[in-house]
Design a protein around this ligand. Sequence first.
Ligand SMILES: Cc1ncc(COP(=O)(O)O)c(C=O)c1O
Length: 345
Amino acid sequence: MIEARPWLDRIQPYRPGRHATSADGSMASNESPLGASPAVAEAVAAAAVEAHLYPDSLALALREELACLHDVHPDQILLGNGSDELIFLLAWAYLAQGGHAVCADPAYRMDEISSQVVDAQLTKVPLRDWTHDLDTMAAIPADIAYVVNPHNPTGTVVGRGALERFVATARARLVVVDEAYIDFTDAPDATTALPLARRGQAVVLRTFSKVHGLAGLRVGYLIGNQEIVATLRKIRAPFSVSALAQAAALAAVRDLDHTDAVRRHTRDHLAALTDLISKAGYRVVPSQANFVLVQTPDEQRLIDRLAAHGITVRPGSSLGVPGTVRMSVPTAKGLDLVARALASG
Ligand SMILES: Cc1ncc(COP(=O)(O)O)c(C=O)c1O
């Protein structure tokens, strides 16, 4: 019987969030409470007519749209099967066979798992006040430094100035800024690392799974310098982003009204959710994402209390932060469920 490479034994399998019996109660996976733009279903139905054809491996139409949106050259963009695929490509290209990555502790789980898959050294730097400790991270001579901004699982943000200083001083050869939740921040344009990515000083990761509500279709993208994009393109499975996913993403990115509505809903309901939880006596890490990290001496008790009202959340212990529970910003009805659950003692 063949045995897997020995270093794979160290990997703790990823534990996905569970859906509740109702969409309103599902608060475990940071999905969009308003779903995708109505234009997406139409675009997917139209694309399905050509389901027998391979997708455009280069995703030209989508890359051109995104290039225009972000003011970069289309060759600075690479599409992936979710941004998770791009995280794995980065690990294969820049961490395999003796590489070294640095990230926050707790880390976004895929940054950790992808490094472990290629047997890279991984240095995890504990958060300070729930935020990346960029000074300590900068001093570590790694190949890749991951900054997740806003961070998952905390929702905390590092400002553009701090990020620029980090990129200027980091001993890591490549800084990857994962902006899965950037649209939910107080000032996305002033926070994003896109100006650094445009100049080739960092790589930015974005996803269609959050503000655009396409988690089920799997589309993410990377923006960086053209050499990095060309290297990753060489090692990627050529058809990893389906034609349906490309059509959906194009429709989603063009529906600015829907994106604005999701952003507004998220920010309003984030405030209301934070308020409810705080009034129930829990401490909440101040978040600028579409979820909050709730501190509790008894993780399971809070999970059970919410589950009794049909709510699923993510145990902090599965995310590297025992003693916490991560809750996604819900629908309006979901917020009522939380209010009832917390009122019931
Ligand atoms: C920080 C971060 N990066 C990337 C992703 C994955 O995005 P995708 O669905 O595009 O693979 C997530 C999803 O939860 C995330 O939290």
